[in-house]
Design a protein around this ligand. Sequence first.
Ligand code: UTP
Length: 290
Amino acid sequence: MIKKCLFPAAGYGTRFLPATKSMPKEMMPVVNKPLIEYGVDEAIQAGMNRICIVTGRGKNPLMDHFDKNYELEHQISGTNKEELLVDIRDIIDSAYFTYIRQREMKGLGHAILTGRELVGNEPFAVVLADDLCVTNEEQQGVLAQMAELYKQFRCSIVAVEEVPEEETHKYGVISGQMLRDDLFRVDNMVEKPDPGTAPSNLAIIGRYILTPDIFDIIEQTEPGKGGEIQITDALMQQAQTGCVLAYKFKGKRFDCGSVEGYIDATNYCFEHVYKKGKHKELAQQQTGKK
Ligand code: UTP
């Protein structure tokens, strides 16, 4: 039902300087895939094959990644290295990519508003690629879990995770009425609350489903914390006039915008994603040989 997924990817990635001085943060590899590829894969698995990316200056490698590279393809054609391109080829073939540039980095809310031209007047998902979400084989991806919920509730949904109290100041934090173990109707939302003032320990992570009325709300939203237009402030407005749900997703999330989270993600994905894939490949080759 939700076809479009917006990737705000225009931020400066200052926490990762100097690596991000001339390379987009979203292109940093976790094992052998850039961060954004994990997010796009999650979106496609949730049935969203219209990928809308908000880019900015210095972000051209993002566009190149989701395009053919004829010279490289020619070079490795017929060699055993070709299989390394299978996943990205599948992604390119199964999705449509559109791009728009955010000229001034005025915050996540502003980046989402910039994506309006690509999204139009329909519900859409938002992925912040530096939050890497992984699920086990029995679980659906986090966006797919949220898309299921959207079918039932038809309102904006934010993914939340319990974080230690001393870390709440890094996130948008919600409080709300518990509808079930893993679902809340939001009644308060604060962006990066000062220590000791967070309404709960439920932090918003980089997965959202938004109804299109959010665009008009963002347009009316004044700059908030850090002088940026905050999506949290717009969502709070939407929660007051309509309904916003917060969903405690199933799975694991790594904050790859921070050095610690990025290293944890790399170690985890090497053990649980990359090596598993290699074992499967080997098993398939062996069965093929028999
Ligand atoms: P972050 O808060 O992680 O900011 O943005 P950042 O600039 O990427 O990284 P740091 O904090 O300086 O290290 C959250 C998401 O919103 C996007 C970012 O690209 C990231 O995916 N964003 C943020 C924009 O697209 N435009 C903005 O103006 C701000």
